[in-house]
Structure formats: C-alpha cells, structure tokens
Design a protein around this ligand. Structure first.
Ligand code: 3PG
Length: 209
C-alpha cells in the first residue's frame, strides 16, 4: 500500500483508462504517463478490459496499474492474475477485500454512506473511494465523514472535474481524486493523445496550485 499511497499523495489524480482495444489502451496510458500521471485505473467496462489491463501492466511495469469497476471476488482474482497492482470497486464487497488482502494487493472499495464506511473500517481498511462523490455530498460529505472516521483517507470519484478538483483536494483526508475527465472519448476517437497528455499536465498543475 505504501508505494501506492506515496504516488497518490504526489500526483493526487487517478485517471480512468477505458478502451475496447489494448493498442489504444497503451496509447492512452503512454499519454497519461507523458503528462506525469503514474497511477492508472483500468476499468472493467469493455469486453477487452482485461486484455487492456494486462497489456498496460506489462508495458509499464514502473507505473501503478490498477483495475477499476471490479465487482466480485472472481474478478478480483482475475485482475490480479492479469497484473493489477491495486483494485478499485464502486461498492464494498467483503469477498473482494479478502482476495485482495490474501494477495497483498491494496483495494479501495467504494462507499457512499457512514454505514458502508464503518463496515470497511471494521474490515481493516483505511483507504476508500467515495462514489459517486458529487452525488453523495462531495467535499462536504468528505469533511463530515473524516471528522468521525479520523484515520481514513479518501479517493473521491464520480463527478470530479478540473473546476471542482481543488475543492476535493482541499479536504485534508482526501488522498487523490479519480476521474474520467482525463481520458475523454472524443480525444481517443480522434487519436488526439496529445490532448490527454495536456489534460494530465493541467490536472497536476491544478492539484498543486
Ligand atoms: C468511476 O468509475 O469511478 C466513475 O464512473 C468515474 O466518474 P466520472 O466519469 O464522473 O469521472
């Protein structure tokens, strides 16, 4: 966890990588890395997502290549087999947490209520995703949760964008924000990977301003 936490603390932004083709996924990842982001979340939302994950993890062994949208223990096992170095899920699933713990892989499950966060806390987790962040209260919700669960750090995702990024990052308990705004579909379809590098650089500038 420590290595990942250090990178999250340094970069403060986690881009989502989604593609139905490993070659394109590699180009997206290369563009993000060129922009300075080295924690990537490859989401399991296409038929080729596992192949994309495997290709990226092999090609960029120094990056933190995680799997997102992981919904079950079986998927957790599979993404670890494909080279994921961390797991993110939209909700909290005890069986997935067990798989990740057994493999020594960090897992950031999504929570959206105090009850879910408390369940995660009682599973020993101290780093979670708030999802969908903008719909469940955004920075105010994070402040409220972190005043009670004082040793928990958050990765809010869902509705984070350049305009509100700093509002999230200003909450001390926020480690980093995740989001798809760094990898827009139109830029990928147009083959404009330079736009992705620029978005990554801009995000780092905003995050450190
Ligand atoms: C996620 O999977 O974490 C979210 O769907 C990302 O949300 P966003 O598209 O609003 O960034």
């Amino acid at each position: 966890m420590t290595d990942l936490i250090q990178s999250l603390e340094a970069k403060r932004v986690v881009p989502l990588v989604q593609s139905d083709d490993p070659k394109t996924a590699l180009k997206i990842s290369e563009a993000l890395l060129a922009g300075g982001l080295d924690v990537l979340e490859v989401v399991l939302r296409t038929d080729a997502a596992l192949d994309c994950l495997e290709a990226i993890a092999k090609e960029f062994p120094d990056a933190h290549v995680g799997a997102g949208t992981v919904l079950s223990a079986a998927q957790s096992e599979e993404v670890i087999r494909r080279g994921a170095s961390f797991i993110v899920s939209p909700g909290l699933d005890a069986a997935s947490v067990d798989v990740a713990n057994g493999a020594g892989i960090p897992i950031l499950p999504g929570i959206s209520t105090a009850t879910e966060l408390q369940q995660a806390w009682n599973m020993g987790l101290r780093t979670v995703k708030l999802f969908p962040a903008s719909l469940v209260g955004g920075p105010k919700m994070l402040k409220a949760l972190s005043s009670v669960y004082r040793d928990v750090r958050f990765m809010p995702t869902g509705g984070v964008n350049p305009a509100n990024l700093n509002d999230y990052l200003a909450v001390p308990a926020v480690l980093a924000c995740g989001g798809s705004w760094l990898t827009p579909k139109d830029a990928i379809e147009a083959g404009d990977f330079g736009a992705i590098t620029k978005l990554a650089k801009d995000a780092i500038t905003i995050a450190h301003s």
